[in-house]
Write a protein that binds this ligand. Structure first.
Ligand SMILES: Nc1ncnc2c1ncn2[C@@H]1O[C@H](COP(=O)(O)OP(=O)(O)O)[C@@H](O)[C@H]1O
Ligand SMILES: [Mg+2]
Length: 247
């Protein structure tokens, strides 16, 4: 459903050009939960921002359900962002003045589509993610894990084709991280969501179907969980990362 082909991206800093993505190719299947790992500075966020249509790539292609993003104009890109993609960020980006339920509804309110149906949908997302008891609370009154589950519910209210998450567990303790990962797994099982998550956390990545490891701007290795136990897959990821840093 998502295909990235030979993606290149450089940043210009003064007179120097830094090539960050040097021909990244990968694919994500419908309903798959995929993680991208790699050392700090390896281009994970840059890759995600290209897929999110926040920054243009220099060359290569990104296609979402067969539609090539680079061919779209500004309006069409905004539509892809609003309707086809859902975002979850490290720092949640919830609005302090809105309740949990209102935060979840926000994308629909922005789209001018709030109404009874949407409110019912927000309530059922609260059920799916176990935040019904706190739905009328404000972000300052809930835990980090609850905030992030709220952010995942918000990302889902528009029924996106693809959820993009950048270090969604980066600021959380292990219990809250687990709650977030469970909410992604739940989103996939209950709602058929496809999830593409950047993380440096091998624990979070070990819940995924496949893990793409980036190094020096290219895909270094792709590991599949297949039917391995989660713990065994995490050990495999840790071994791969050790091997990569030893090379
Ligand atoms: N807007 C920018 N301008 C210049 N350099 C940038 C910019 N964004 C990121 N970089 C550089 O590109 C490299 C990759 O960054 P990033 O994609 O954020 O990596 P990661 O998310 O894997 O840590 C880093 O060296 C970073 O300093
Ligand atoms: Mg990053």
């Amino acid at each position: 459903m998502l295909s990235v082909q030979d993606l290149h991206k450089s940043y210009q800093v003064g007179k120097t050009t830094y090539e960050v993505l040097k021909g990244v190719s990968l694919a994500v299947n419908e309903g798959e939960f995929v993680a991208v790992m790699g050392p700090s500075g390896s281009g994970k966020t840059t890759l995600l921002n290209c897929i999110s249509c926040y920054i243009p790539a220099d060359s290569g292609s990104i296609t979402l359900r067969g539609e090539e993003l680079a061919r779209l104009d500004e309006d069409a890109l905004a539509q892809v962002r609003n309707r086809k993609l859902g975002f979850v960020f490290q720092d949640f980006l919830l609005l302090d003045g809105l309740t949990v339920r209102e935060n979840i509804l926000l994308p629909r309110i922005i789209a001018g589509q709030a109404g009874r149906d949407m409110e019912n949908e927000a309530d059922s997302l609260c059920d799916v993610f176990g935040i019904t008891a706190i739905k009328n609370k404000y972000p300052a009154e809930i835990s980090g894990g609850e905030k992030q589950r709220t952010a995942v519910a918000r990302a889902l209210i528009n029924h996106p084709l693809l959820i993009l998450a950048d270090e969604p567990t980066g600021n959380l303790d292990s219990k809250s991280s687990r709650a977030v990962i469970d909410s992604f797994a739940q989103a996939r099982q209950a709602l058929g969501a496809t999830i593409f998550m950047v993380t440096h956390d091998s624990f979070a990545a070990s819940f995924c179907d496949r893990v793409v490891i980036l190094r020096d701007g290219v895909v270094w290795r792709v590991l599949a969980r297949a039917d391995k136990a989660r713990g065994a897959f995490q050990d495999e990821l840790l071994d791969a990362i050790r091997e990569m840093s030893a090379e």
